[in-house]
Ligand binder design. Structure first.
Ligand SMILES: [Zn+2]
Length: 175
């Protein structure tokens, strides 16, 4: 049975001797080994992506005691924190995997759609519609209404938002 299966794999359906099967098996093994070796060589020799920062920052990032930053608002937080103390985004390594804390993470993500300025690409907007439907089910139209109301507000770029909130500038200077 094993020989028949191998013969079918080799494209031969009958009349194969044991030595022919052995040669075929060796050929397949050599090809597989060469493929794995080529893949490994390609992987290890691939050029590294350069970091957008300098060597000093790379060395700081490699330290165990470096301060983690929230990916949403860039505020520093404790290493053991589950949520950002500034904006409420999930920052823990396993927060989204834990059943109860995950609910707060989902809530934070959905609130971004209804109350914050976000990148308004068709993919992101469709994602909010689908995510709202999967989380709220029959009550999703209520979420969609608030989402559309937020989308109708004029979008402002993060740069202008940052300029408006910077302490050194008055509102008349930033306009
Ligand atoms: Zn944050």
């Amino acid at each position: 049975m094993k020989h028949e299966m191998l013969a079918i794999c080799l494209g031969q359906t009958g009349g194969m001797t044991n030595s022919e099967l052995l040669v075929g098996l060796l050929g397949i093994s050599v090809l597989c080994g060469y493929g794995c070796w080529t893949l490994a060589r390609w992987f290890w020799n691939a050029p590294c992506q350069p970091d957008p920062w300098g060597k000093e920052i790379s060395a700081e990032l490699a330290k165990d005691d470096c301060t983690p930053l929230c990916p949403h608002c860039l505020s520093p937080h404790q290493l053991s924190a589950e949520f950002c103390p500034q904006c409420g985004a999930a920052v823990g390594a396993y927060t989204n995997w834990l059943p109860f804390p995950r609910l707060f993470s989902v809530g934070h993500t959905l609130r971004i759609g209804t109350g914050e300025n976000f990148k308004r690409s068709p993919l992101v907007i469709a994602g909010f519609f689908i995510f709202g439907f999967t989380e709220y089910g029959p009550f999703a139209p209520v979420y969609w209404f608030k989402l559309i109301r937020n989308l109708r507000k004029p979008a402002c770029s993060p740069t202008s938002e940052h300029l408006e909130s910077s302490p050194g500038k008055s509102s008349s200077e930033s306009v």
